[in-house]
Design a protein around this ligand. Structure first.
Ligand code: NAD
Length: 264
């Protein structure tokens, strides 16, 4: 895949550390020759992201809190001045109050519902709109979702509702920007041990269940998610848009374990 992304420039949003899904994606893109810019949320994350960005030769590392539209504007102003055009964007951002990622969905507060939707869903629309304005020769936008959008996963709660809206946004944005050859897709990843993943109650149980019950009998790595991202962000997927692509060891196709497996 060397050279597949040569001459392509893109923005990576959502690296918190070297366990982040966005980092797995960034490494694969850089390995394929892409030039990358990164955003980070707050100075503490910035200190962790800086050496990672340097590792893949990035010269643009910008602060951005998606709750504050002014910081999004500032990121795209800098990209406009530095690069002028953009080829792709990766949005790997999600947040909800961890106190509400357990127990009943019904107890979600209005305040956390709105905050979760703004950070985990609306921000993708907001950054894709700004990115699209810089994609003069077509482009590709990618976000990260989880199967809790379409099925009830214990404790995923309001994040599942936000991911359902995010997936609908992928389809609407794909239709909005398709005439300009800008493609919009999502990867629905299986559980990965990250900071965000650890915020969900009983995350360990989710991992064990996935390992036991997915066709591949294991969880996925950030490198594997990166490989699928490379496909969706490159010309290899030039005919694909509005797609929710599962990278989850096949877990989403299974209805129930066999009797023998249940007894284990
Ligand atoms: P992570 O903790 O490494 O990354 C989450 C990122 O979101 C962090 O970089 C954080 O700074 C950023 N973020 C949160 N609030 C923000 C804000 N207000 N402004 C800017 N950035 C903000 O965890 P991850 O698992 O790599 O998460 C990346 C994406 O993948 C998320 O959308 C998550 O829902 C999704 N996802 C994760 C899993 C999993 O099991 N870990 C599975 C499927 C989908």
């Amino acid at each position: 895949m060397d050279g597949l992304m040569k001459g392509k420039r893109g923005l990576i949003m959502g690296v918190a550390n070297d366990h982040s899904i966005a980092w797995g994606i960034a490494k694969r893109l850089a390995g394929a020759g892409a030039e990358l810019a990164f955003t980070y949320q707050g100075e503490a994350f910035g200190r962790r992201v800086k050496p990672l960005a340097e590792q893949v030769g990035s010269k643009l590392l910008l602060p951005c809190d998606v709750e504050d539209s002014a910081t999004i504007d500032s990121v795209f102003d800098t990209l406009q001045r530095s690069w002028g055009t953009l080829d792709f964007i990766v949005h790997a951002i999600g947040f909800s109050d961890r106190n509400e990622l357990k127990g009943l969905y019904a107890n979600t507060t209005r305040e956390n519902f709105i905050r979760t939707m703004v950070i985990s869903c609306y921000s993708f629309t907001e950054v894709t709109r700004r990115a699209a304005a810089m994609m003069e020769n077509g482009g590709s936008a990618l976000t990260l979702t989880y199967a809790g959008s379409v099925r009830v996963m214990p404790n995923y709660n309001v994040m599942g509702v936000a991911k359902a809206a995010l997936e609908a946004s992928v389809r609407y944005l794909a239709n909005d920007y398709g005439p300009r050859n800008i493609r919009v897709n999502a990867i629905s990843a299986g559980p990965v041990r990250t900071l965000a993943g650890a915020g969900i109650a009983d995350a360990r149980h989710m991992f064990t269940y996935q390992r036991r019950n997915s066709p591949l009998r294991r969880t996925v790595t950030i490198d594997e998610i990166g490989g699928s991202a490379l496909y969706l962000l490159s010309e290899l997927s030039s005919g694909v848009t509005g797609e929710i692509h599962y990278v989850d060891s096949g877990y989403h196709i299974v209805s129930m374990p066999t009797l023998e497996e249940l007894k284990q």
